[in-house]
Structure formats: structure tokens, C-alpha cells
Design a protein around this ligand. Structure first.
Ligand code: GLC
Length: 632
């Protein structure tokens, strides 16, 4: 081991030397006019050094092994499949989660996104995204020791760990906020305070509201100080002031603390919001990108095995910038959520028309080589329809009417819609709204069960698997949301809990009832579980599915069917998806447009071999059917 550690140290020094110029450049860009810039910079260098010094030999070794394949980052691999979960709702405690590792192995999951576990006030928590102590595990989950034990066992099993850093804000119960409230100037400077409403009123003119219903406005009055503090999310989440280098350093140190816990992927929560400026939306600003680039430089030096994920759920062109631009192309975040694709799959499923989804692909395909997506159908948040009007227009629809249809369809108000969800964060001023609901309920399972209608149930299951299949094969790291693998429908118990009832996102954050229904052959849960398992296994078998920027959309003259080709060297896999409830078809010519013309295609999903027909002959697809076809 000591030889390896020597190598690790040498490499660290080289990386540090190599990156210093960038670190200086980015730090200066952000802080050169700040009176504390010099001390701030010195502290940052110390923080980077300390992070490496404190990193365990095991993690240093893991860093090296992750970098063995120079051509391809470890996280691009098709072998990876993740799941996001709330510990308390999934199984109670960290200890219990450790006992559930077999469950994930059975399903094929080898990366766990454990939703916020650090201390957060019971009543004003935003699901843990209002953190009152960045380094103390919330006692309802267990202790840091428990987390260490879990991480250790996961590592032994070859599983990866993903945690959040809630970068944009703290809880108003965080020590910094409490000290600020007691009048400590140092900590008041950690936040954005205003003596009166003059500046807030000015800023409100251009800053949108994130939660217009639950938390209107972007500022909260603090009685103890007779001042206003910036609170872009809930009024109990105080925005950190990244114009202050001390804030950056505190958070950088926290990021390293997480890295040294063994985190493999760090989910940077809400990075779009970390810089604010007059006359702007306060989102996606250049300085926010500089902060992320600076974080990336520091992490690459001291804890290079930890990949970064930017949770930027913003317009498609803006999402792309989180992979870095210009000199920092592919050097900002390694991952971003493919929120555009996720929402567009819901668009296609609701409208039985894939044209809007296709219209967006040119932009989505701009992602730089070496970076990748988190692909998903559902997560703990709502589904936003924030893709550009232009995309909808390009597909030939009226953006306003189109979105109105989707909102009605998924919230259940459209006549005879199979979906059962709800509108989230309706903005009376702009007419915007997002959508809440579980994968199963939005795909029609909840209503089908109410109707006790076998056909409807089967259709819903088919839709669930179709949605998962597309997100599993389109490229990126698929991230399941817990409960979806067993077809959990909406959970309305949140309505009886006053800490949650104001936020209908809780309807799609189920409490798992651990019984064995998912193991009972032919139960609904079992059908969904085994199909999900089969999808994961299939993905692991097909190397060409690894995200090497190797996707080409197929030209299909049928607006109900989406299809793409994944190709690398001589490997080819064609994936086609029928987003409609009708039997429909595509010409065999579909598979002849690209370089290699296959004679036979083997559908891995149904284990069926097809002979490729003449151009005028058709491949028939059943409602919501998909095929994963490999030339034979
Ligand atoms: C992120 C989280 C969301 C939370 C928000 C504020 O978007 O995913 O759940 O409400 O940040 O922290």
C-alpha cells in the first residue's frame, strides 16, 4: 500500500501544480475585489491540502483505480445503475439500509443516492434540503459511524455512494443563521441581509418565484434584526452569500468532508441559484458557473475520484452550460440531470406524439464528450415543463395549449385521462405549474386499480416499463426513484402531516411497506420489479449503451414512435419505442439508414429474432411496446 500512497502523493502534487493557475484565475474572477481576497485564497490552498492529507489510504487508492482507464471515466460505464431514496421512508435508519443492500443487489442497483441525511429541523426541513448542520447526521437516521459502516460495506460490494451538498442555502436553524440573528456581523455576511425593502423590491422585479404557492417572494423578514434576508426557496432556507470568500471556503471544506466520507458522486443541489445580481433572474449566472468550475478544480486536485453532479433543472440550453464552457468545457460538472429528456418523455406519453421530444434533441446532443447525464423518469421533485416554447413550436404545436393539455392530462382534470397526479407550484401570475405524482400513478396504475380493470392495469405496467426503458438506453446513468421499481402509487398520507401537507411533492415520496408482494409471481409489483430488473441486466450486457456520445436518432416517419441507434466500433443497438396506445408500424428501412445494414435483428427484450424486411415491409409495434434490437 505504501508504494501506492507514494504514487498518490506524487500525483496529487502534480495535479496541484497543474491546476494552480486555474484556481487562481477562478478565485480572482470571483473575489479579487473583496477585502478578504488574499486571506481567503491562502485558506483555500490550506483547505485543499488538508483534504488530501485527511483522505484515507483506501480512498486514495480508489482514486487511482478510478483513473486507470484514461480514455473513459469510470462513471460512463453501462454497468452502473442508481436509485435515489429517503432513508426514513425507505427503511427507517442507516443501519436498516445496510441490511437492505441485498435488495439492491437483487435488483441490479449499484449506486445509491441517499437523500439529505445531515441534520435538519423536523418541522421545517424541505425533505432535508434545509440543513442545520452540514457535518452531523440527523439522529433520526443514525450516526456518522453508521454511515461509515454503510459506505464500507457498499465499497466491498462494489457499490457507489451519492450524497447531496446543499450549496445554495442553510436552514434558519443553522449555527451561522443563529449567530447572524444574534447580531454577529461575521455571520450576517454569510447571508444576504437588507435593512429595508428597497433592494428586495428591486430584485423581486426580475427574480422568479420557486415556490409561488408555498413560499411566495424571495425575501423573509427577520424580526430579531428588523431586517430582510434572502430566501429564494422556503422562508426557512436562507440563501448563502457566495460573494463572501469565507462562505465559499466553508462550503468547499464541507465538500471535502463529504468526499472523505467516501462519496463517489456529489449531487450539488440547486447550483443555478448560487449567485444573485440586480436586474437578472438570479439564476444560471456566469459567476455561478465560475464557482462550480472552481469547486471542480479543487476536487480534481485533492479528491479526484469524486464526480460532481449539478442539479440544474433549468431550460435546455442552460442545463448544457453546467458541463462547462470555453476553457472549462467538460470541466465543471461531470453529470447533469437530463431533465429536458425526462419531461419530454412525459410529453410524448401524454400526447402519444414524439415530435416535441425529437425537436429538442439537437440541443441535448450538444453535451460534451466525457460528461454524462443522470437519466430518469421520476425523482423526489415535480416534473417541470420548462423546455423552450420554440421546441414545442418547431414540432408544430401551440406552446400554451400544449402545456395546458399536459397539465390537465397529468393532474387528472382532462376528461378520461388515465393519469392521476396534481399540479405543483401553480403560479397565478404566469400560469406556470409543474406536476407531482409517482411514475405508476402518472402512468395510470392508480386509476386502473380503482377501476379494477385488468386491461388498464396491464397498459399502465407497459407504460411504466416503456418510460424506464427509454431512460435506461438513451445514455447516462439511470437513476431510479425508490418505490417505482415496485409500482408504488401516490401516497396521500402527507396530507395528515402539517409539516408536509403544504407541499404535494410528498405524494410521490412513498413510505415503503416491506412485505413480499414484489416477490409473489404475477403480482403487479412483481411484474414491475422483474421487468425493471431485466432492464438493468440488459443494460449491463450491452457495452454500447455506455455514454460515449454515441447516439443517433432514427428517421422514422411515424410520430408515435421514437427510435435511436447506439453505435460504437462494430457494435450496434437500435432502440424503438411506441409512445401510443395503438398498434402501429415502421418501415424496415428505418434500420438501413446508417452505415451498417443489418440482415437480422435480435430483440433482447422479447428474445425474438427478426429478419430485416424490404423497405416497403413493416415492423409492427403493439401499444407502448419497445424493442431493443441488436444486429445478428
Ligand atoms: C432542489 C431539491 C428540492 C429542494 C430544493 C431546495 O431542487 O431537489 O427538493 O426543494 O433544491 O433545496
Amino acid at each position: 500500500m505504501s508504494d501506492i500512497i507514494e504514487v498518490a502523493e506524487k500525483k496529487f502534487n502534480l495535479r496541484f501544480e497543474h491546476s494552480t493557475e486555474n484556481i487562481v484565475e477562478l478565485f480572482n474572477k470571483l473575489y479579487q475585489n473583496h477585502p478578504d481576497a488574499q486571506t481567503g485564497f491562502k485558506n483555500l490552498l490550506k483547505i485543499i491540502n488538508n483534504a488530501f492529507e485527511k483522505r484515507s489510504d483506501i480512498l486514495k487508492n480508489k482514486d487511482l483505480s478510478k483513473q486507470l482507464n484514461k480514455e473513459e471515466s469510470w462513471f460512463l460505464n453501462n454497468n452502473l445503475c442508481g436509485m435515489s431514496l429517503y432513508i426514513d421512508r425507505f427503511c427507517g435508519t442507516i443501519n436498516n439500509l445496510q441490511k437492505k443492500l441485498d435488495y439492491f443487489e437483487t435488483l441490479g442497483i449499484n449506486l445509491l443516492h441517499i437523500m439529505p441525511v445531515f441534520e435538519s429541523p423536523q418541522n421545517e426541513s424541505d425533505g432535508g434540503y434545509a440543513v442545520s448542520d452540514f457535518r452531523k447526521i440527523d439522529k433520526k437516521y443514525g450516526t456518522l459511524k453508521n454511515l461509515n459502516a454503510l459506505e464500507k460495506e457498499m465499497k466491498q460490494k462494489g457499490m457507489y455512494l451519492m450524497l447531496d451538498i446543499v450549496l445554495n442555502h442553510t436552514s434558519n436553524q443553522h449555527a451561522w443563521a443563529l449567530k447572524a440573528k444574534q447580531g454577529e456581523k461575521k455571520y450576517q455576511d454569510y447571508f444576504y441581509f437588507f435593512n429595508d425593502r428597497t433592494i428586495p423590491d428591486e430584485l423581486e422585479k426580475t427574480m422568479p418565484e420557486v415556490f409561488p404557492q408555498n413560499a411566495p417572494g424571495n425575501f423573509t423578514y427577520v424580526q430579531e434584526l428588523n431586517k430582510w434576508v434572502m430566501t429564494v426557496f422556503h422562508n426557512y432556507q436562507w440563501d448563502l452569500n457566495y460573494r463572501n470568500p469565507a462562505v465559499f471556503n466553508e462550503m468547499m471544506d464541507t465538500i471535502f468532508f463529504y468526499a472523505n466520507l467516501g462519496v463517489d458522486v456529489l449531487r450539488i443541489d440547486a447550483p443555478a441559484f448560487i449567485w444573485k445580481k440586480n436586474n437578472t433572474s438570479g439564476q444560471n449566472l456566469e459567476e455561478a458557473h465560475s464557482i462550480l468550475q472552481l469547486i471542480k478544480q479543487c476536487v480534481s486536485v485533492a479528491t479526484p475520484g469524486m464526480a460532481l453532479l449539478a442539479e440544474a433543472i433549468v431550460a435546455p440550453t442552460e442545463i448544457m452550460k453546467y458541463f462547462g464552457t470555453g476553457k472549462y468545457l467538460a470541466q465543471e460538472s461531470d453529470f447533469a440531470y437530463n431533465a429536458t429528456q425526462m419531461a419530454l418523455q412525459w410529453d410524448a406519453l401524454g400526447t402519444a406524439d414524439i415530435q416535441v421530444m425529437l425537436a429538442a434533441q439537437e440541443q441535448i446532443l450538444q453535451k460534451p464528450y466525457g460528461t454524462t447525464w443522470i437519466t430518469y423518469t421520476r425523482c423526489h421533485d415535480d416534473i417541470g415543463l420548462g423546455y423552450d416554447d420554440k421546441i414545442i413550436g418547431d414540432a408544430g404545436f401551440n406552446p400554451y395549449e400544449h402545456r395546458r393539455f399536459l397539465k390537465e392530462y397529468y393532474s387528472g382534470s382532462y376528461p378520461n385521462t388515465p393519469a392521476k397526479g396534481a399540479l405543483f407550484s401553480v403560479n397565478e401570475k404566469t400560469g406556470d405549474a409543474r406536476i407531482s405524482g409517482t411514475l405508476a400513478s402518472l402512468c395510470g396504475l392508480e386509476k386502473a386499480l380503482e377501476h379494477q380493470n385488468e386491461n388498464e392495469i396491464n397498459t399502465a405496467i407497459q407504460k411504466i416499463i416503456l418510460m424506464q426503458a427509454q431512460s435506461f438506453f438513451i445514455g447516462g446513468l439511470p437513476m431510479l426513484f425508490y418505490g417505482d421499481e415496485q409500482g408504488y402509487t401516490n401516497d396521500y398520507s402527507y396530507l395528515n402531516d402539517s409539516d408536509k401537507s403544504y407541499d404535494n411533492r410528498w405524494m410521490h415520496r412513498p413510505i415503503i411497506r416491506w412485505h413480499d408482494a414484489y416477490l409473489e409471481k404475477n403480482s403487479i409489483q412483481n411484474k414491475i420489479f422483474t421487468a425493471t430488473q431485466k432492464l438493468i441486466n440488459l443494460r449491463k450486457k450491452l457495452n454500447v449503451i455506455a455514454d460515449k456520445k454515441n447516439l443517433t436518432w432514427l428517421n422514422i416517419s411515424n410520430t408515435k414512435i421514437a427510435g435511436f441507434l447506439r453505435a460504437w466500433d462494430n457494435d450496434r443497438v437500435y432502440c424503438v419505442f411506441n409512445f401510443s396506445n395503438t398498434v402501429t408500424s415502421i418501415s424496415w428501412y428505418t434500420f438501413k439508414q446508417n452505415d451498417l445494414v443489418p440482415k437480422q435483428l435480435f430483440d433482447h427484450w422479447h428474445q425474438k429474432l427478426y429478419s430485416v424486411g424490404h423497405d416497403h415491409e413493416m415492423l409492427i409495434l403493439q401499444p407502448y411496446q419497445f424493442l431493443i434490437l441488436e444486429p445478428k
